[in-house]
Design a protein around this ligand. Structure first.
Ligand code: GDP
Ligand code: MG
Length: 235
């Protein structure tokens, strides 16, 4: 039987053998909705693919590296599965088990109630385990949220990875970033398009395995460059 809602949860992964099964297992079921995890790998060299296969969930492979590109691939697949008789939501969730998949319930609720188009999981409004947010993440958050506030007079409290978009809003956005400007692009375009935006508190903990983005020095440098460039490019 077709459920009223389809919730596509796109999970980009790169070498997350220790965490990806936990992320999928902890996704909650949601009343009146079909929750559909879609894992998108970018050439993991560990056993991530085997682990994902064992979970039985949809597993895609994107040959060209890039966080945004992997998310785009997952969303393109979801688009091919969108059912005209249901309402759809696109969710992005990292595969490192630092977000709590159970918080999906609070992430999609404001959309399912018809009140909002874009929901951002805020780790600063919620509970972030000490040490879970590194220096680059905090600094990147400060820089991006302040620049957005200056440009749009809207104060986001986070640039976190766990987020949801009502499907028609996603299509309006025409997201194009293929890398780490993806989050910034989404948040900026949500304001530019005057979507109904809300943040909900989410929990955050130290990741399993090693960071591929913000935990590196290269990541710190590029985070700044990408944030500034994305705000001007997409704003
Ligand atoms: N498919 C794909 N996933 C990636 C890539 N880079 C990072 N990821 C995944 O994106 C998520 C966030 O990356 P992470 O290393 O936790 O970044 P951090 O939270 O900024 O430290 C994790 O699930 C990673 O496995 C990439 O190039 N391609
Ligand atoms: Mg992470």
């Amino acid at each position: 039987m077709i459920k009223q809602w389809q919730i596509f949860v796109v999970i980009p992964v790169l070498n997350e053998e220790g965490s990806i099964a936990k992320v999928i297992e902890d996704l909650p079921s949601i009343d009146k909705a079909e929750v559909i995890p879609i894992v998108v790998d970018n050439g993991s060299t560990d056993s991530t693919l085997n682990v994902v296969e064992k979970t039985g969930c949809i597993s895609l492979h994107e040959p060209v590296k890039g966080y945004g590109r992997a998310c785009q691939k997952g969303l393109a697949y979801a688009r091919s599965k969108v059912c005209a008789k249901a309402k759809s939501i696109a969710v992005v969730l990292d595969g490192d088990y630092s977000d709590y998949p159970e918080d999906l319930i609070s992430i999609v609720k404001p959309i399912m109630s018809g009140d909002y188009d874009f929901v951002l999981g805020s780790r600063t409004m919620g509970r972030a385990e000490p040490g879970s947010l590194g220096f680059v993440q905090k600094w990147g958050n400060e820089l991006a949220t302040n620049l957005i506030k200056w440009r749009y007079r809207y104060s986001y409290t986070d640039m976190g990875p766990f987020r949801a978009l009502h499907w028609p809003a996603l299509e309006l956005m025409e997201l194009e970033d293929l890398n780490f400007g993806w989050n910034v692009e989404m948040q900026v375009k949500a304001l530019k398009l005057k979507l109904r935006v809300v943040e909900v508190p989410v929990r955050y903990r130290k990741r399993i395995g090693k960071s591929k983005i913000s935990g590196t020095i290269k990541g710190a440098f590029w985070a700044g460059v990408i944030i500034i460039r994305s705000i001007f490019k997409y704003g």
